[in-house]
Ligand binder design. Structure first.
Ligand code: CA
Ligand code: CA
Ligand code: CA
Ligand code: CA
Length: 271
């Protein structure tokens, strides 16, 4: 029988035989009480009786794959005689379960510049059905080009790997939808968030703009002669810059607005 057979479905059973006639032939059939089937006995036109099983409760292969029902046929003789047969019912699978992910949201963390092919995380979904009904494949679902360029997913294993250059300074977090699909197309999805961690892969870049060049030797103390800008594209301590000026020169750096310093005179420039 198929899983999903509807309540009230009827299954005719072979008739029992009794060599006697009249009262001494088959008078009735019965089965043990069970939750799935009841028995209906039908009288045939020319005498004789057969029976049919009527489904009372839908079968669920994921709950119960096999059941055995004992059918008893009795005659009307004295002493009464009976014969039994066991009806084996195999429940065939219907694709009534979608894959289920082990987590709704997966999170991973990955340093920038990670090598190609490294496995970031493995997602996993199970499907309670049998055979092709339970075979799960994975894929990204409408992901951005940004994600598509740097991550790939193995259809069979659910392994997510690095497939392109990961640059924290370009993008520091990725969010993707992944779907799991069974052999007949039932799907479910999960979210994958990958946070990129910073690596100190940028040196500071300094630019100097002169305000006065040449600087007159009689310039008063504290004359601003240049503006220095410094940029480090990394984050937090990787992007913090400490500034030194060569010793023994009559200049110092005075912090101005963010990332800018003024270069000012600290003594006589008299040559
Ligand atoms: Ca099923
Ligand atoms: Ca399924
Ligand atoms: Ca960096
Ligand atoms: Ca840096």
């Amino acid at each position: 029988l198929f899983q999903k057979a509807s309540k009230g479905s009827r299954y005719r059973l072979d008739e029992a035989h009794d060599a006697d006639i009249g009262q001494n032939a088959i008078q009735g059939y019965s089965i043990e009480t069970n939750e799935y089937f009841r028995l209906n006995v039908i009288e045939k036109g020319g005498g004789g009786k057969y029976s049919e099983l009527i489904l009372q409760k839908e079968l669920d292969r994921e709950q119960k794959q096999e059941l055995a029902i004992v059918l008893v046929a009795t005659d009307g003789g004295t002493p009464q005689r009976s014969g039994t047969a066991v009806i084996h019912v195999s429940v065939l699978d219907a694709n009534d379960n979608a894959p289920v992910f082990s987590q709704a949201v997966y999170e991973a963390s990955l340093p920038e510049n990670s090598p190609l092919d490294i496995v970031v995380i493995t997602v996993s979904a199970t499907d309670a059905d049998e055979g092709v009904n339970g075979e799960v494949t994975y894929e990204f679902d409408h992901i951005s080009d940004e994600s598509h360029n740097v991550f790939s997913i193995d259809q069979k294993s659910g392994e997510v790997r690095v497939s392109g250059p990961i640059d924290y300074e370009h993008l520091s977090s990725y969010e993707m939808q992944i779907t799991a699909k069974d052999g007949l197309g039932l799907v479910s999805s999960c979210t994958l968030i990958i946070d990129i961690t910073d690596v100190n892969d940028n040196a500071p870049i300094t630019t100097i703009k002169s305000l006065k060049n040449p600087v007159p030797e009689n310039s008063p103390l504290g004359t601003e002669v240049g503006i220095v800008n410094v940029q480090d594209r990394d984050s937090e301590s990787n992007g913090q810059v400490r500034f030194f000026i060569q010793q023994g020169v009559p200049f110092k750096l005075v912090p101005s607005i963010k990332n800018y310093y003024s270069l000012v005179t600290t003594g006589q420039l008299d040559l």
